[in-house]
Design a protein. Structure first.
Length: 474
């Protein structure tokens, strides 16, 4: 909820809890098909035939109907080929895309913000390494036949030469990274027959996305234009894994030509050793993107012909950016956010997990359940807070959120409900309003805990570099 006299208006938070027609039916069909992949398509049984039939029913009346019906019949008979697997993956992706569209339409009703105009797709160019993509497609189809319960190290190891052939091709890095991560996850779970619990939806998500990305044109470079104007950071979303870390800055862009502002993102990733954690992560990312320092210091950035995709992703180039004047993210949110256009989503990226919509909430009450779960009550409606997404690499804590009076965050959809990922909060310290940001240490910090973590990370990286140097010299 943003005061109307500060550029906002009443946010319809009540809509977040209202049911969406057809949502449960679409997800039920997806779940039914996902269970088919657990046992695989090599020797399908009656239960798998039922799951395939549910997928067929869900896309009846769409352009996919005939092709999916044929694919389901062949799969139920244990005779599915590559084209049939692709059709099934496309139907599943279309259903998840419909869920994404319904949820984003509801979010637009809640925020009242305009949507950016979609742009024409880029022209088709030469498809790189088509034979390697065909090999990737064949491996993924072998996975579907074996099922998650049937995976073993020999089957999963078939991805290694494919990934090695994809990685040297810049246009295919996305496919290579996805296959590599998927194969590593499967390898860590082999043999599938001994798994106590199968991550059914996650592996089906990865399988269907990877399969469609092997098709001609799927990896086509997004349409790119340029952005000149002022960038006003809202917050930093830090995502950490055992071997990699990524920071994504969400911001409002004000074009220099005076056209309407819009929401954009800029991301930077880096590999990391497992000994670098907490605030030490920033030193891996900071040298790669100056925007992190500006976001951490609360400053704007002047852009000069910065490449930007139609989906609102800035292809960051430090040479086209200059740090500007101080810019308080909460002031930006109160004055400009409600008028900033939401970016469009690329067709293959239409998935509920991709929803991350910046918004500002004020005038709420906080509550904690017996299990420690935190929620905000806004205008009488409860919104769960995803405290697990608050990074340890910053001063923001669940306790700060619980004591706050304003929260700038990302609205997400997880486990069947909308949740809020806090990026920053305003709280009262000694009778004064103070802001606490998850990305406050992105540009460096004098905070004792943050400084200790950075020093520990520096020492760890120095040791690793010394060891790597010795190995290279031997």
């Amino acid at each position: 909820m943003v005061p109307a006299d500060e550029g906002g208006g009443l946010m319809r938070t009540d809509l977040l809890a209202d049911p969406l027609d057809g949502l449960d039916a679409a997800l039920d069909a997806v779940d039914a098909f996902d269970r088919v992949l657990v046992a695989g398509l090599l020797r399908p049984g009656p239960e798998q035939a039922d799951g395939l039939a549910a997928l067929v029913d869900a896309v009846a009346g769409t352009p996919l109907a005939a092709r999916v019906a044929e694919a389901a019949d062949r799969a139920a008979a244990g005779a599915a080929g590559e084209d049939h697997s692709v059709a099934l993956a496309a139907a599943r992706t279309a259903l998840m895309g419909s869920v994404h569209d319904a949820l984003t339409a509801r979010v637009a009703d809640v925020t009242g913000r305009p949507a950016a105009e979609p742009t024409a797709p880029p022209a088709t160019g030469e498809e790189p390494a088509a034979h390697v993509l065909a090999a990737a497609r064949a491996w993924l189809c072998d996975l579907a036949r074996a099922g998650w319960r049937g995976i073993d190290h020999d089957l999963v190891g078939g991805a290694a030469p494919v990934v090695s052939a994809l990685l040297p091709v810049p246009a295919l890095r996305r496919q290579a990274t996805l296959l590599d991560g998927f194969a590593a996850e499967l390898a860590a779970s082999c043999p599938g027959s001994t798994l106590e619990r199968v991550p059914v939806r996650r592996w089906a998500d990865l399988w269907s996305r990877a399969l469609l990305l092997t098709l001609p044109g799927a990896g086509r470079t997004a349409a790119v234009s340029t952005a000149t104007g002022r960038l006003l950071p809202l917050g930093v979303d830090l995502q950490e894994h055992a071997t990699a870390v990524q920071a994504q800055v969400h911001a409002v862009f004000e074009p220099a030509d005076g056209t309407a502002p819009r929401l954009v993102r800029a991301a930077v990733s880096a590999p990391k050793p497992d000994t670098v954690v907490g605030a030490g992560l920033w030193q891996l990312l900071r040298p790669r993107m100056s925007l992190l320092a500006a976001a951490g210091e609360g400053r704007s950035v002047e852009l000069d012909a910065m490449p930007v995709t139609a989906e609102g992703d800035l292809l960051w180039d430090d040479g086209r950016a200059r740090t500007g004047e101080p810019a308080d993210p909460f002031a930006t949110a109160r004055v400009i956010l409600s008028a900033a256009a939401d970016p469009v989503t690329a067709p293959l990226d239409r998935h509920p997990s991709r929803i991350a919509v910046p918004l500002l909430l004020e005038g709420y009450a906080t509550e904690r359940a017996d299990d420690g779960a935190l929620a905000l009550t806004v205008a009488g409606h409860r919104l769960a807070v995803d405290t697990d997404r608050i990074p340890a690499a910053g001063p923001l804590t669940p306790e700060a959120v619980a004591a706050s009076g304003a929260c700038l965050g990302l609205l997400r959809w997880d486990a069947g409900e909308f949740v809020l990922q806090p990026l920053a909060v305003e709280t009262t310290v000694r009778k004064k309003t103070a802001a606490v940001h998850a990305g406050a240490w992105a540009g460096g910090t004098t905070d004792k805990a943050g400084a200790r973590a950075e020093k520990a990370a520096t020492d760890a990286v120095a040791v690793l570099r010394e060891r790597a140097g010795k190995l290279l010299r031997t």
